[in-house]
Design a protein around this ligand. Structure first.
Ligand SMILES: Nc1ncnc2c1ncn2[C@@H]1O[C@H](COP(=O)(O)OP(=O)(O)OP(=O)(O)O)[C@@H](O)[C@H]1O
Ligand SMILES: [Mg+2]
Length: 374
């Protein structure tokens, strides 16, 4: 044999250590390499082997202890574990964020390559931003893309009522993830990592932050760490600094909103005016758009309609835009102005009059003549 690819060495190494997940990761790398080299035959043979072994490899405990640690007092598991199919977890991101995520995925895939060059870096990424912008969804997407299990820390179980036990729980959880190939996800990390100098917090929480820092520093570069927060300003700066990737997730812009609408309306998008609904979903998050679509689809199916009722969808958008305030047949000037702002071409004075069942003169009076005629 002329040379032994390092992926095969790794497959043997992790096979002997009884870690099927890492075997799978290196198998994927080998398959990728074969594909690049054009060895389709060998690639197909390995894929077939992998598919045959897929269920036992990913779902049952083979050879090593995969049991999640529990809190000593409540006996609650300190984390949930998910094995994800990337097909089910799509995320729509702006171009810049998308390329950062790809960069992070490439980083994780090349940890060994970096190690071979004497560079030991732990891949860690934190996302932050308003609720419903896809932080949790993104963690699932990344786990699916990397083909690694996602171990989601359970803050309720981690924070023990026993003094000192929270730090012990953290250590147990970090020990667990460091023994295997997986992604540790600290969702809503602010619950654990609040500022140490926040005088409201008890000494215990300060110890938790110190303990979290120590665990982060001791983490193996084979463990991938993901975290998410809505309150980045509440995070301890020392924790914040530990993350190599810090990615803000924002309320989607026009292009992303259109993609979100297409994604969530799926086969129900026939006949929908996407340009109109892209403007009417201005200020909505990905989560709002998903809810909007699911409600409309439910309505379509229950009422046995051929297509989504566009007028009703317009009303749903208006309701969300006005923070779910019920609009009476007598809308305020303020509400009318907010609706008009969504799409002034669509919501003409006449259209608004028809929608609310009032005279165009009433709309003109409330909006001001110039705005009503715009
Ligand atoms: N950018 C996005 N792309 C695709 N789907 C999205 C996106 N943002 C949100 N969603 C949808 O909205 C749902 C809720 O989003 P998610 O729970 O990921 O938000 P979050 O940022 O974690 O919110 P929170 O801060 O409240 O935890 C997701 O399951 C997903 O279906
Ligand atoms: Mg979340």
């Amino acid at each position: 044999m002329e040379y032994l690819p390092k992926e095969i060495v790794k497959i043997i190494e992790w096979g002997l250590k009884g870690d099927p997940e890492r075997v799978n990761i290196y198998l994927n790398k080998l398959i990728e390499k074969l594909m690049q080299e054009g060895d389709v035959d060998a690639m197909k043979r390995l894929r077939a082997l992998q598919e045959k072994a897929a269920s036992p490899v990913t779902t049952s405990a083979i050879g090593y202890n995969r049991q999640l640690p529990v809190d000593g007092e409540s006996r609650l598991e300190l984390a949930d574990e998910e094995i994800l199919d990337p097909k089910n977890y799509k995320v729509i991101l702006d171009t810049n964020t998308h390329s950062l995520i790809e960069e992070f995925i490439a980083f994780v895939k090349n940890v060994d390559e970096l190690e071979a060059h004497g560079i030991y870096l732990s891949p860690s990424l934190i996302t932050y931003g308003p609720p419903g912008t896809g932080k949790t969804q993104l963690a699932r997407y990344i786990a699916g893309r990397l083909g690694m299990p996602l171990v989601i820390a359970r803050t309720d179980a981690l924070i023990s009522s026993f003094l000192g036990s929270t730090s012990k729980n953290l250590r147990n959880l970090f020990d667990h993830v460091s023994q295997r190939s997986c992604i540790l996800f600290l969702d809503e990390i602010d619950a654990l990592a609040k500022l140490r100098d926040d005088h409201q917090e008890l000494g215990e929480l300060k110890r938790v932050v110190v303990s979290l820092l120590q665990n982060l520093d001791a983490m193996s570069h084979h463990t991938v760490l993901l975290a998410a927060t809505n309150h980045e300003h509440l995070l301890d700066p020392a924790i914040w600094r530990r993350f190599s990737f810090k990615i803000p997730l924002k309320v989607p812009e026009e292009k992303e909103r259109k993609e979100l609408l297409k994604l969530y309306f799926g086969s129900f998008q026939k006949g929908l005016n996407f340009d109109l609904f892209t403007s009417l979903t201005n200020t909505m998050t990905g989560s709002d758009i998903r809810t909007l679509a699911l409600d409309a689809i439910r309505d379509t199916v229950i009422n046995k309609l051929d297509t989504v009722n566009s007028d009703r969808l317009v009303w749903s958008c208006i309701r969300i835009c006005l923070n779910n305030n019920i609009i009476t047949e007598n809308p305020s000037s303020q509400d009318l102005k907010a609706i008009k702002k969504l799409n002034s071409t669509y919501f003409t004075g006449l259209k608004l009059a028809e929608m609310f069942g009032v005279s165009p003169a009433t709309i003109s009076r409330k909006l001001g003549k110039r705005e009503a005629n715009e």
